[in-house]
Design a protein around this ligand. Structure first.
Ligand code: ZN
Ligand code: ZN
Ligand code: FE
Length: 758
């Protein structure tokens, strides 16, 4: 007997070859009917025997394409259509009610890689080759549902050959929206910094490769924005890039032609190799090995035993890397912390003094999407920056509730939406201080609301009154007459990790970072919070100290040390701290500390790291935020944990426990006087913080804990803290899908706002 079913499939089912898969499956099972993209997923009507329909519904999950995420399959019986013939792929229905998902950009697949490498193939050496398994998605989408007329490929008319592939359900390019070939698709162009074209097509690529090999800096229009490239083995080129980009010491990522080439420079584990070669193709932090035949220039990642490595992600990268055959620095095309350039005119204007050449093309980038960054830590692969390949894939992390829009933090901005049980977190937007950063935040917010046809009922933001994100949240809440939920920064850090771990009920959150606005107006950052959904109790914090010069102390670890020394009033510590300053500066900063003027109070763990880094002589000069702490982690090297310093906990009249770092700094001075190595002291300091976490868990009787905040980008600290907590019988969770740093603040705000509204 013939039956008919209407089947809806929700999840990541657009832009991943799902409809062709459905089509082939229907042909195989002898079903008639149709499949259609809808804003909320894919809708199928299928007709045939009950057995075939059952097998079909089951296979929708079990045989789905690798990139698809099938979240829900719902089937309803329908009256059969008499005499229906064949199975069709119907045009998308743009008007249906929204529960959409946006596919992420995917790295070049193996089949397309083979094709562009094979002479005689139609797409031999064509840098815009893609198929349903690979290619740009999020970075070219203008609207949903995901179809070519709503992407930046709309201006390219398919040639007869591409059209045939696009229409053939058995072809790998069936309904691959960005499909293109040298005849009908985008073309490369090489420009000089004035914008004058030098060459086009394959010659543009060859000239760019030659220029890179002779030491030039090139700007390349990549998948989600312009990138700056230069030969990573040439010190002079890398130095020039640093000077022109005004980026003194932050490590640059390096693109290697192949895993084999990377293996000559770094030790790469199986898991690291897997992440590098995945369709998301993130930058992965790997350990450099000395003695490579053509070593990376020291200027690539000064003082850093690791390197952020990546493999070619797009066909353009692949062809260029094949042509140069050596590692290239590959860094975001921006000035210091501004967003990446996406338009060629903008790149010429803003990067005209940085790059010698611009390798561009005529496929528009609709929005900036930076490279993602991750590493393999103690618990497996962890993201440190979530962008290309990952954003804005929804994650089913929440309990149901109202639609919430969260505007996130300030330094590693993201925007997030809570829709049903799904958290949708935007790509990393970078620093929001600049006007460009603020504009990007606003545009990304509008994008997400429009794509998901979301009508927020609640807006969430940080407690910090001066964050760009807070101001936008206030404006949106006023404009839409919506309630505004302000979420304390460290509460959000813990809530994000709890959401990812699926924890309901209370947990002890260790939120250790550089800076976050506290309820008392001080700068928090060494917090232990008992978090229970929408509320929290501050269970413990570091002993407060002052930061002379406020924000200036973020980049100068000596100032943190001076603040610690003043607070402790330990004469030896004061002497050691003062010795790091010239007399004039010493007096000026001293008077700030004595009068408490321009010297805000802080409990920041990040600044404690800075102070110890300065005290040990690891970093006694200004640098980028987090540099002193990072170098302290490296200074500990392979040193075992040794006997950790003690950080006593004091209870102060029913308030939070106070962790007094002063005896530890005293012990550190003693160790140094006795000639203990810097490595041992650094190791014992990491151990001290891990031991502190265990002590706080014991005192609060916590059964489970989460680790959040930028300090946990420090792999040694994260591993040691988990180990000590577990040894004390505490269940511990660290983030993996979302970064430990402020990139997860928007997610945490969602979870807190949701909990408060339940
Ligand atoms: Zn492909
Ligand atoms: Zn074509
Ligand atoms: Fe933070």
């Amino acid at each position: 007997m013939v039956r008919r079913r209407a089947i809806s499939v929700e999840g990541v089912v657009q832009g991943v070859g799902f409809r062709p898969f459905v089509y082939r499956l229907a042909l195989r099972l002898g079903l008639s009917g149709r499949v259609q993209n809808r804003p909320d997923g894919v809708r199928i009507e299928a007709q045939g025997s009950a057995e075939a329909l059952d097998a079909f519904v089951q296979a929708l999950r079990s045989e789905a394409p690798a990139q698809a995420v099938v979240e829900r399959v719902a089937a309803e019986e329908r009256p059969p259509v008499p005499g229906e013939q064949g199975f069709a792929i119907a045009a998308s229905d743009a008007d249906a009610k929204a529960r959409p998902s946006i596919p992420a950009d995917l790295a070049l697949c193996a089949e397309c890689a083979r094709e562009i490498a094979t002479p005689g193939e139609r797409r031999h050496a064509y840098p815009f080759t893609n198929c349903t398994n690979c290619g740009p998605r999020y970075s070219i989408i203008e609207g949903l549902p995901y179809d070519r007329p709503r992407t930046s490929m709309k201006s390219f008319t398919l040639c007869a050959d591409c059209e045939r592939e696009y229409r053939d359900p058995l072809d790998r390019r069936f309904h691959a929206q960005p499909v293109a070939c040298p005849r009908c698709g985008p073309e490369l162009v090489l420009l000089d910094p004035s914008g004058a074209p030098l060459s086009r097509g394959p010659e543009a690529l060859r000239s760019a490769a030659r220029a890179l090999l002779s030491g030039s800096i090139a700007a390349l229009k990549g998948i989600g924005g312009f990138q700056l490239l230069c030969d990573a083995t040439r010190g002079a080129a890398v130095r020039a890039l640093r000077e022109r980009k005004r980026r003194e010491a932050k490590p640059f990522a390096v693109m290697f032609p192949s895993l084999e080439s990377l293996a000559a420079h770094a030790s790469v584990s199986r898991e690291e190799a897997k992440a590098l070669a995945s369709p998301q193709a993130p930058i992965v932090l790997v350990r450099q090995i000395p003695g490579a035949p053509e070593p990376l220039a020291g200027e690539v990642a000064p003082g850093n035993p690791r390197v952020g490595a990546m493999l070619p992600t797009s066909p353009l990268h692949r062809l260029l890397m094949d042509a140069v055959g050596r590692p290239l620095v590959c860094t975001s095309g921006n000035l210091s912390d501004e967003p990446m350039c996406t338009e060629t005119s903008e790149a010429l204007e803003r990067l005209g003094r940085v790059a010698d050449l611009f390798l561009a093309h005529d496929r528009a980038i609709v929005r900036p999407v930076d490279d993602s960054v991750g590493r393999v830590g103690g618990e497996g692969f962890e993201l440190l920056r979530r962008a290309r390949g990952f954003a804005p894939m929804p994650a089913s992390l929440l309990e149901g509730g109202p639609c919430v829009l969260a505007l996130g933090g300030q330094m590693k901005g993201t925007v997030a939406l809570a829709l049903g049980d799904r958290a949708i977190v935007s790509q990393h937007l970078g620093d929001l201080d600049s006007p460009e950063g603020a504009a990007l935040l606003e545009r990304t917010t509008e994008d997400l609301l429009r794509f998901f046809e979301a009508e927020p009922e609640v807006i969430a933001c940080d407690l910090h009154p001066d964050y760009t994100s807070t101001r936008l949240a206030e404006a949106l809440a006023a404009r839409r007459s919506l309630p505004l939920e302000r979420v304390q920064h460290h509460h959000a850090h813990a809530a994000a990790v709890m959401a990812e771990a699926g924890l309901r009920g209370a947990a002890l959150g260790f939120s250790w970072d550089g800076t976050g606005f506290g309820e008392d107006g001080a700068i928090w950052g060494g917090e232990a919070l008992v978090v229970d959904g929408g509320s929290y109790r501050r269970a413990a914090h570091l002993r407060p100290f002052r930061l002379p010069g406020g924000d200036a102390a973020i980049r100068d670890p000596r100032r943190a040390l001076l603040g610690l020394a003043y607070a402790s009033a330990n004469p030896r510590l004061l002497e050691a701290a003062r010795a790091l300053f010239a007399p004039g500066e010493r007096a000026a900063l001293g008077s700030m500390l004595e009068r408490g003027f321009n010297a805000p109070l802080t409990t920041s763990a990040g600044r404690l790291f800075d102070g110890v880094s300065a005290l040990l002589g690891v970093r006694t000069a200004p640098g980028f935020e987090g540099q002193a702490a990072m170098e302290l982690e490296f200074a500990a090297g392979e040193e075992g944990d040794g006997e950790a310093y003690e950080i006593p906990l004091e209870s102060a009249g029913g308030g939070p426990l106070v962790a007094d770092w002063a005896p530890m700094l005293e012990a550190l001075l003693d160790d140094r006087r006795r000639g203990a190595s810097v490595a041992l002291c650094a190791a014992r300091f990491h151990g001290a913080l891990a031991g502190l976490a265990a002590a706080i868990a014991r005192r609060t009787g916590a059964a489970r804990a989460v680790l959040g905040g930028g300090c946990f980008q420090n792999d040694r600290l994260a591993r040691a803290t988990r180990a000590r907590l577990r040894a004390a019988g505490v269940e511990v969770h660290s983030p993996r899908l979302f970064p430990p740093n402020d990139g997860a603040i928007a997610l945490g705000q969602l979870a807190v706002a949701r909990a408060r509204r339940r």
